[in-house]
Design a protein around this ligand. Structure first.
Ligand SMILES: *[C@@H]1O[C@H](CO)[C@@H](O)[C@H](O)[C@H]1NC(C)=O
Ligand SMILES: *[C@@H]1O[C@H](CO)[C@@H](O)[C@H](O)[C@H]1NC(C)=O
Ligand SMILES: *[C@@H]1O[C@H](CO)[C@@H](O)[C@H](O)[C@H]1NC(C)=O
Length: 209
């Protein structure tokens, strides 16, 4: 009887010692979850990363449901001054892709570099095996004008093409003229819609990422 009590006591002490967290879970915070316009920056801060590696990285995802490997961009945490302390901050300007963003931090070490997996610039692709933290979602505020405006010549000498994207297929007009203060002409935009299948290669033409 007393022997089993003693054993139980010892086990409890042992487990509680083992589970007392010596490190908090890493966290990511954003200084805002809504950007008012495309190109504005978000400040991303992280903390509580224990034993930081100079290859730990922050992945940028849009939409937030994208698979780990389908990041739209990434930055090494070591580009933030004082990263060795396990906390830091990065400011990133974001284009409105008309889908929310999220950010994930991964642990990556020298021994995990796979020389066979490289990006277009021949840099090794960062590893996604060890997710440390994920941020809340960030979106763009409503009611903003057309995005991604492009001007181009066409095959006709007297013609120009103006392309832009909007959140809906409603009627849009483009004013134009020979002087900034005299935009007397108006053209109604023709609306087209592109789908996943119209993207030129995987993963864009196969998944939401
Ligand atoms: C968030 O940080 C970015 C980048 O540092 C800054 O431009 C922006 O004004 C900040 N937003 C808020 C709401 O503080
Ligand atoms: C996008 O992010 C914002 C800010 O976190 C959130 O309020 C909104 O619900 C998100 N949108 C979707 C479709 O999840
Ligand atoms: C995606 O694009 C690639 C390259 O053009 C093509 O080989 C593949 O079949 C496409 N996938 C789908 C689902 O259309």
């Amino acid at each position: 009887m007393s022997a089993s009590l003693f054993f139980l006591f010892f086990l409890l002490v042992g487990t509680s010692l083992f589970f007392v967290p010596t490190h908090q879970k890493p966290t990511i915070s954003l200084n805002t979850t809504t950007l008012s316009k495309s190109g504005n920056a978000v400040l991303i801060q992280w903390s509580e990363i224990s034993d930081p590696s100079h290859l730990d990285w922050l992945g940028i995802y849009s939409p937030p449901s994208s698979a780990h490997d389908d990041f739209v961009g990434y930055l090494f945490l070591s580009s933030s001054p004082g990263w060795q302390s396990g906390s830091g901050r990065l400011s990133i300007p974001l284009t409105n892709l008309r889908s929310n963003y999220s950010f994930r931090i991964f642990r990556w070490t020298d021994s995990e570099i796979n020389p066979k997996k490289r990006d277009h610039d021949r840099n090794p692709l960062p590893g996604t095996k060890h997710l440390l933290a994920e941020s809340p979602e960030l979106g763009f505020g409503p009611g903003r004008g057309p995005e991604q405006i492009h001007l181009a010549y066409t095959d006709r000498d007297d013609e120009m093409r103006v392309m832009f994207v909007t959140a809906d297929g409603g009627e849009r007009r483009v004013r134009y003229g020979v002087r900034r203060k005299a935009l007397g002409q108006v053209a109604v935009a023709r609306v087209g819609r592109y789908e996943r299948e119209d993207m030129c290669d995987a993963p864009a033409n196969e998944s939401v990422g």
